[in-house]
Design a protein around this ligand. Structure first.
Ligand code: BES
Ligand code: MN
Ligand code: ZN
Length: 527
């Protein structure tokens, strides 16, 4: 099979590397300082005090003392405005009387069951804080929600939710505009109310929430960056940046030449049409014992997916800058990991390249040899994610991982199946699948398991090679996972198809940072 080599005979000189790295903008890091404090909601001077109210206009203790401080004007006002305390209702009052705060944000938490609100309601309502305060110039706020009890959760969990939500204000999607919006929330300080005996617990929760937010923010930033800035080289630099001054994290970047030596004919066949050099980014976080087998996270990093010679249609093609969100979620998870210093070992492998059409590009019908030795008939060059991932997965074998999770914006079919709510999960190991589903539930970043049955495998039969890279119209996300399963026989493996969950389209276009919360929760549960 000498013809089954992937890279073009005449090596294309890839010169784009140097110019792009210089174009990379330096991200603004605002930095929000979180602290847990014992506060008196009436006397505490703050730009905005946040309190809770339950359905039926039942005031929380903090809201109640605010109401009492002004001859029960708060209750009267809430009634006048039709505020009933339903979950998601919010009312921002300026110059509240009788208290030291400049503003009062009243949040509805819905109904209580045995004196507690649901986990879902609490999460949902906390998101309202940044939404409600967005048009204000507040730089400092005080969140007095510690008296809102949540079913099955404690002070650390509540603090985590607040920091995870508000910490995301550190990322602004408008950093490439020449002038940012004139008035918009730029928080520098957040105080979270607590009691004396819970300060330590709440403080821990804040640190965890902020670390997760920082991971989400990195993932969102990289996702939102356009393809002319966020190139494979840029991603490699970001990984190296992450490892700087962090003893437990090591980063190694493999170049095309090394990938060729490793026999990564499948990965390189995708890179063949691009002027940008492809990179295999390898991250090794060593927080555990030397002998502990690592968890491996493998990310799809197509920094722009045109479809290649099987060119995509024009409408919304700009969104294919998000085709590196799997890679971005690996980097985001490592961002959180180094912040938290978890006592585990984690490996990250990112396969990154553009998928471009050109005279040197791979053509439909071309047959390439993967690192595993399996030959692949490329019937559609737009099914490129699996082509880069299969070699990255084979490479991952060398770490003898206890579990491998790949994360990829792999198929439009997954968006059709699950929409924007759930990440598609496929696995060859039931325990691993269960742990990931649980982590998704716990972090409100849910996945839904899809089948990986043998019956689907034959859709990948090829007349000319060991396997075809597409499996026809039916069950497109399943056959994509089936393709990957051919390369993951040596370890417990799960595949997360994040095509529907990694970013939002339309007016609210932007990266979501998913599935960083799920991945971090999974790692927390391992530690
Ligand atoms: N990156 C796309 C998948 C994608 C498409 C994600 C739209 C989100 C929105 C992937 O590389 C791709 O093009 N997949 C093809 C596979 C097909 C050719 C078998 C698809 O889904 O159409
Ligand atoms: Mn594609
Ligand atoms: Zn793609």
């Amino acid at each position: 099979m000498t013809s089954a080599s992937s890279s073009p005979k005449k090596a294309v000189k890839k010169t784009a590397e140097k110019t792009t790295s210089r174009n990379a903008p330096t991200p603004k890091t605002a930095g929000i300082q979180f602290s847990a404090k014992v506060i008196d909601p009436v006397k505490y001077a703050t730009q905005c005090l946040v309190v809770g109210v339950y359905e039926g206009l039942k005031l929380s203790p903090a809201a109640s003392s605010v109401d009492a401080a002004d001859a029960h004007q708060l209750i009267a006002l809430l009634k006048r405005e039709g505020f009933q305390g339903k979950a998601g209702q919010s009312l921002l009052l300026l110059n509240p009387q009788g208290i030291a705060a400049d503003r009062l944000l009243v949040l509805g938490f819905g109904s209580q069951k045995d004196g507690s609100v649901s986990v879902d309601n609490f999460r949902r309502v906390v998101q309202k804080i940044s939404e409600s305060l967005k048009p204000t110039p507040c730089t400092e706020i005080t969140v007095a929600l510690d008296d809102v009890s949540v079913t099955g959760q404690e002070a650390d969990w509540q603090a985590r939710q607040i920091a995870e939500s508000l910490g995301q204000l550190e990322y602004r999607a408008d950093h490439l505009k020449s002038k940012p919006a004139e008035i918009s929330l730029q928080l520098k300080k957040v105080q979270v109310g607590t009691t004396k005996n819970l300060i330590a617990k709440a403080t821990k929760g804040l640190a965890l929430g902020l670390a997760i937010a920082q991971g989400i923010n990195l993932t969102r930033k990289l996702g939102d960056l356009p393809g002319n800035i966020c190139t494979p080289t840029y991603l490699a630099e970001q990984a190296k940046q992450l490892a700087k001054d962090r003893a437990k994290l090591n980063v190694n970047v493999l170049e095309e030449k090394q990938m060729k030596e490793l026999g990564m004919g499948s990965f390189l066949s995708v890179a063949a049409g691009s002027e940008q050099p492809a990179k295999l980014i390898v991250l090794e976080y060593k927080g555990g014992n030397k002998k502990d087998a690592p968890v491996a996270l493998v990310g799809k990093g197509i920094t722009f997916d045109t479809g290649g010679i099987s060119l995509k249609p024009g409408p919304a093609m700009d969104e294919m800058k998000y085709d590196m969100c799997g890679a971005a979620s690996v980097l985001g998870t490592f961002r959180t990991l180094v912040e938290l210093q978890l006592p585990i070992n984690v490996v990250g492998v990112i396969a990154t390249t553009e998928n471009m059409p050109s005279g040197a590009a791979t053509k439909p019908g071309d047959i390439v040899t993967s690192m595993s030795g399996l030959t692949i008939e490329i019937l559609n060059t737009d099914a490129e994610g699996r082509l880069v991932l299969c070699d990255a997965l084979t490479y991952t074998e060398r770490f003898k991982p206890k579990a491998v999770v790949d994360i990829a914006t792999l198929t439009g079919a997954c968006v059709i199946a699950l929409g924007n709510h759930a990440t598609g999960l496929f696995s060859n190991d039931d325990d691993l699948a269960k742990s990931l589903l649980k982590a998704g539930e716990e972090s409100a970043d849910r996945a839904w398991q899809m089948p990986l049955w043998d019956e689907y495998q034959k859709q990948l039969d090829s007349n000319f090679a060991d396997i075809a890279n597409i499996g026809g119209r039916e069950a497109g996300s399943v056959t994509a996972a089936c393709f990957l399963s051919r390369f993951t026989k040596k370890f417990a493996w799960a595949h997360l198809d994040i095509a529907g969950t990694a970013w939002r389209s339309g007016g609210a276009k932007g990266a979501t940072g998913r599935p960083v919360p799920l991945l971090v929760q999974y790692l927390l549960n391992q530690a």
